[in-house]
Structures are given as structure tokens and as C-alpha cells.
Write a protein that binds this ligand. Structure first.
Ligand code: F6P
Length: 322
């Protein structure tokens, strides 16, 4: 193998740049030529491909976002779109491709690896932490710390006004961000898909707590299909209990910012591990970290299998928020 490519796809995540840096350094140390594909699969289809040298990865370890740009490509979902991408890979002579992204990226990557002879290795990069085959995805640690900072600030104003707050965090159908930022922020209640709670039950629990002397509370809500659902939830709770509340949607703030130390270390490690996997002929896998060891998971499993919330953490909710 002499030429490899790297792209970032789907939602950006803090640490993607540290990961690109790790992969560039590892490629050059191993005398491989490395190309950056800009704007994810869309850029690959267009042939937006640039050579990356050592300088390209200078001073990017601390930057959020991704220097390569990212996108969600509708065209890549089609066989015709992927055929254009394959041609671009062939024209450039790229024999190995590193994909940094989440489940959508790996879905596309699985098809691409079936349809062309290029070796493909995935790296989990998404704030959602919803990739099977790794304890943590790149960007999750930064995102929960960003959410935590917001929750702490809301706690100040909630306490000052004796108010109930609903804080909606990201997570795309999963409760990883809500669970960990909520536990760290001492949230009173959690609305997350993996541990369902009806509005009736939530209202009963809040009423009980307020009767027992609580004067303010924070409910952490994992976003649903439609971001902003918390406004409806707050209204329903008001209809049942009479409690007035405020809603705060954290949104894309959770995606930006300098990556945490933990994300930079994870990203650097996985970036270099992906290059090594290509050299070792381990195409078709995602490199992740499980119990602090590098783990290889078939790309298909990363999106077909569902990663569960840590039961040790969901058990905590029964005690901490009671
Ligand atoms: O997958 C990352 C994520 O931030 C999700 O948490 C969120 O649901 C989604 O992306 C938002 O996507 P977009 O940036 O396209 O609005």
C-alpha cells in the first residue's frame, strides 16, 4: 500500500482534527502518501482531494470542527453516486481509505467496501457516542463537558428564581449525552429513550419533590426526532401540575469548541491505529477503544448492532435522582 485517503463525514465532532493529525503523522512515518478528501463523501464524488504533508497537520490538535470539512451526502446513498466516488479513488490511486464519522458514515463505508477494492477503516467520531465497538467516540467527552458547563450555569439561575428547567441535549435518538452530562450536573430527572418515563410519571415525581421542599429542578431531555420537543413536554407538565418552567435547547453549541484532553488522546490513538490497520490488511473494520485497548469491529456491526447505555450508570439514576 502506498497511497491512502482520509475524510470526515456526518456531524463534526471535537477531536476530528487531532485524529487527522494522528493519521497524517502515522502515514508519513510509514512512508505512505496521504490525501485529504474534503467535504466528506460529497467531496469524494466531486474529486475534491488534496495531498496532506506534515505541515497540513500542524497546530490543529486543539481546534474543534474539521479542517477537511464535512457533509451528509444524499448522492452517496445511491449506487451511481458511489460509482463516481470509486472512480475518483481509482484515478488518485488511493488503495486505503480512513473514514472518521458515525453510523451513517459507516453505513456508506460498508457499501463502498463491498463495491470497490479499496481497503476501508472507520474511526468513531461523533458527539453522540452511539457507535457499537468502542467505549467512547471522539467528541463525546468534549460534548458532555460543554453540556455540563451549561447545566451548571442553568443551575445558578434555576436556584436564584426557584424554577423548574428543561435542558435539551443532543444525541440523535440516544441518551448517552443526556445520561452522563445529567449525572455530572446533578439533574433531578432524565428523559432519555433507553429509560422511558411517561409525562404522568415525570409530573408525579416533580410534584412529590416539590411537596417535600424542593424549590427548583433540572430535567435533562435527550432530543427526539424533532429538536425542541422539550417545549411540548414543559407545556404538558404545566397542564398536569401547574408548574411554570423554562426550556433551554443546547443545540449545536455541543458540537463546537476545543477538544478535551481525553478526546485529543483518544483521537490521536485511533488515527494512528487506523493507519496501522490499513498497513496490516485489516480493511472493513472500525478501530475503537474498549477497556483502553484498541478493538477492531466489522464496519457492518458498528451500525447494525445497538450500543447500550452503561447499565452501571442507568442504575445510578434510581439512587441519585430519587
Ligand atoms: O450526530 C451528531 C448530531 O449533532 C446529533 O446529535 C444531532 O441530532 C444531529 O447531529 C444534528 O444534525 P445537523 O447538524 O445536521 O443539524
Amino acid at each position: 500500500m502506498r497511497k491512502i485517503g482520509i475524510l470526515t463525514s456526518g456531524g463534526d465532532a471535537p477531536g476530528m482534527n487531532a485524529c487527522i493529525r494522528g493519521a497524517v503523522r502515522a502515514a508519513l512515518v510509514n512512508h505512505l502518501e496521504i490525501f485529504g478528501i474534503r467535504w466528506g463523501y460529497s467531496g469524494l464524488i466531486r474529486g475534491d482531494i488534496v495531498s496532506l504533508d506534515r505541515r497540513a497537520a500542524t497546530n490543529i490538535i486543539y481546534q474543534g470542527g474539521t479542517i477537511l470539512g464535512t457533509a451528509r451526502s444524499e448522492e452517496f446513498r445511491t449506487k451511481e453516486g458511489r460509482a463516481k466516488a470509486i472512480k475518483m479513488l481509482q484515478d488518485t490511486g488511493i488503495e486505503g481509505l480512513i473514514l472518521i464519522g458515525g453510523d451513517g458514515t459507516f453505513r456508506g463505508g460498508t457499501l463502498l467496501s463491498q463495491e470497490c477494492g479499496v481497503s476501508i477503516v472507520g474511526i468513531p467520531g461523533t458527539i453522540d457516542n452511539d457507535c457499537y465497538g468502542t467505549d467512547y467516540t471522539i467528541g463525546f467527552d468534549t460534548a458532555i463537558n460543554t453540556a455540563l458547563e451549561a447545566i451548571d450555569r442553568i443551575r445558578d439561575t434555576a436556584t436564584a428564581h426557584d424554577r423548574l428547567f428543561f435542558v435539551e441535549v443532543m444525541g440523535r435518538h440516544t441518551g448517552f449525552i443526556a445520561l452522563e452530562s445529567g449525572i455530572a450536573g446533578g439533574a433531578e430527572e432524565f428523559l432519555i429513550p433507553e429509560v422511558p418515563m411517561s409525562i404522568d410519571e415525570l409530573s408525579r415525581r416533580l410534584e412529590k419533590n416539590f411537596k417535600e421542599g424542593k424549590r427548583s429542578a433540572i430535567v435533562v431531555v435527550a432530543e427526539t426526532e424533532q429538536p425542541g420537543e422539550s417545549f411540548h413536554i414543559a407545556q404538558e407538565v404545566k397542564d398536569k401540575t401547574g408548574f411554570d418552567s423554562r426550556v433551554c435547547i443546547l443545540g449545536h453549541i455541543q458540537r463546537g469548541g476545543a477538544p478535551s484532553a481525553r478526546d485529543r488522546v483518544l483521537a490521536s490513538r485511533l488515527g494512528t491505529a487506523a493507519v496501522q490497520a490499513l498497513i496490516d490488511g485489516k480493511g472493513g473494520y472500525m478501530v475503537g477503544e474498549i477497556n483502553r485497548e484498541i478493538a477492531y469491529t466489522p464496519l457492518k456491526d458498528t451500525w447494525e448492532k445497538k450500543k447500550a447505555l452503561h447499565s452501571g450508570l442507568t442504575d445510578l439514576l434510581k439512587v441519585l435522582s430519587d
